[in-house]
Ligand binder design. Structure first.
Ligand code: DX5
Ligand code: ZN
Length: 215
């Protein structure tokens, strides 16, 4: 089953409740947290996740584009995140494994994200550590509305093969430049969770855009 996770980065931040209600058919809501260090942009943080939690029961998929993300695991868990994804490039491996263990203690699902430059094999120790999700970026993280990097399709297929071999329950999420056309390609390559910002919130009818992505 393909899951669609609209990215609220492309939504109207002054009307988040209404924006959430515009996609009643979305499986998850994707929340992009940026620190201005790991990526050259700032977005939202813990208080916004806490407010969203008050207004929706939807699964909150929180993508941490921040340096040393372990510092924020407890705060985002308490705020009501369902899943926290940290970048493999955002800290040293021992610190990332500590962050994953903290997620277990806090009772949130755990994900690892890869920038476009990072090779597929880098996920192996994290699959073994039992992550619930691998996120493959198909744009350089930092901004919505960029062009899909087709050269990442092979990496998606490679990571799918690793997942089947070592941790078949793990989700494979793709984030960046996903629209109705590229959705077909990433699903064919093995993705089962699709993040889409501009393709959903840039559409006149966001719910129809979600259905179009599901194909
Ligand atoms: C980019 C974010 C994405 C972004 C995707 O750094 O991680 O989640 O919102 O936006 P689109 O779908 O417009 O590429
Ligand atoms: Zn994201």
């Amino acid at each position: 089953m393909i899951k669609i996770a609209p990215s609220i980065l492309s939504a109207d931040f002054c009307n988040l409740q209404r924006e959430i209600e515009r996609v009643p058919n979305a499986d998850w809501l994707h929340v992009d947290v940026m620190d201005g260090m790991f990526v050259p942009n700032l977005s939202i943080g813990v208080p916004v996740v806490a407010s969203m939690r008050k207004h929706t029961k939807r699964f909150l998929d929180v993508h941490l584009m921040v340096e040393k993300p372990g510092r924020y695991v407890e705060a985002f868990s308490k705020a009501g995140a369902d899943l926290l994804t940290v970048h493999l490039e955002a800290d040293m491996p021992p610190a990332l494994h500590d962050a994953l263990r903290a997620m277990d203690r806090c009772g949130v699902k755990k994900g690892i994200a890869l920038r476009p430059i990072t090779a597929a094999e880098a996920v192996l120790p994290y699959l073994e550590a039992g992550v619930d999700l691998i996120l493959i970026m198909t744009v350089e993280p930092g901004f919505g509305g960029q062009k899909f990097m087709a050269e990442q399709l092979e990496k998606i297929a490679q990571v799918r093969r690793c997942i089947e071999k070592y941790n078949p329950a793990c989700h494979l999420e793709v984030d960046g430049g996903v629209n109705a056309d590229t959705a077909r390609q990433v699903i064919a390559a093995g993705a089962d969770v699709l993040v889409a910002g501009s393709a959903v919130y840039g559409a006149a009818d966001p719910a129809a855009a979600v259905d179009a992505l599901r194909g």
